[in-house]
Design a protein around this ligand. Structure first.
Ligand code: MN
Length: 261
């Protein structure tokens, strides 16, 4: 099931995206699927007639994993960390499909990072890898935009990773993927249609279940929190005026224009 958040010009609402007669339609649902039962409102709109929004706005945080693909760690000139490397993005970094990514004034070198994002369904603290699947609502595509010059200049990654619009997510939450199994999903990014990254989630150093269990030993994960699981090799700087596409197999494609103000 694909859970989207959308607007047709009025208040944002949630919907289920489903194909009917060869056409993708959005079936409006009441409330917020993180907290309420899924019940149709009767609203049915063609997907092309709605504006998709970030499928979730995390109440508290986005937890990110660094260097979780060996080839990406190598291209950054670094070793794989002995312990998983975690950092945070604030919820103010989150934007949706089609929303502009605004390059921060202090950076000349903002890079894309295509990532599989996990959406947390229920409160998780000190859970085991076996318990992770029960705490996950689904998966979406994410771009962990990074000011590479700031990242090199500072030990803390606040300027590099936390800036507004640095975390586009979407186009929707896919609930039917089982990435807790070792099956690989292809994950890629394109800049103006030209391929940048091409990887597979099978190359993750640490699995989704390992990562979430370990994160839950540090913080309490809340419903709607996101976990970004790292990026494959092939990252590159994205210039103002470009459009970046992030695609994860079985989910869809997230597109965002890059702007400088
Ligand atoms: Mn990343």
């Amino acid at each position: 099931m694909r859970i989207a958040r959308f607007t047709t010009g009025e208040d944002p609402m949630y919907g289920i995206v489903s194909e009917k007669d060869g056409r993708d339609m959005v079936y409006g649902i009441t409330g917020d699927p993180l907290y309420t039962e899924i019940r149709p409102t009767g609203t049915i709109v063609p997907l092309e007639d709605v504006r998709l929004l970030a499928p979730v706005i995390p109440r508290s945080k986005v937890v990110c994993v660094g260097k979780n693909y060996a080839a990406h760690a190598a291209e950054m000139g670094s070793e794989l960390p002995e312990q998983a490397l975690f950092f945070l993005k604030p919820n103010t970094a989150v934007v949706g499909p089609g929303d502009p990514v605004v390059l921060p004034s202090y950076s000349e070198e903002v890079s894309l990072e295509a990532e599989l994002a996990v959406v947390i369904k229920r409160m998780a603290k000190d859970i085991t890898p076996e318990q992770v699947a029960d705490h996950v609502l689904g998966y979406t595509c994410a771009n962990d935009l990074t000011a590479r010059d700031s990242q090199r200049a500072e030990n803390q990654w606040f300027r590099a990773k936390a800036f507004d619009t640095s975390c586009p997510i979407g186009p929707w939450i896919e609930t039917d993927l089982d990435v807790t199994a070792p099956a690989g999903l292809s994950i890629s990014s394109h800049v103006d249609g030209e391929i940048a990254q091409q990887g597979t989630t099978a190359d993750m150093v640490r699995s989704v279940t390992e990562l979430i269990a370990e994160i839950s030993t540090v913080v309490t994960l809340l419903p709607g929190d996101l976990v970004l699981t790292g990026t494959p090799a092939g990252v590159r700087t994205v210039p103002a005026g470009a459009t970046v596409d992030i695609t994860v197999e079985g989910i869809g494609t997230l597109s965002n224009p890059i702007v400088r103000r």
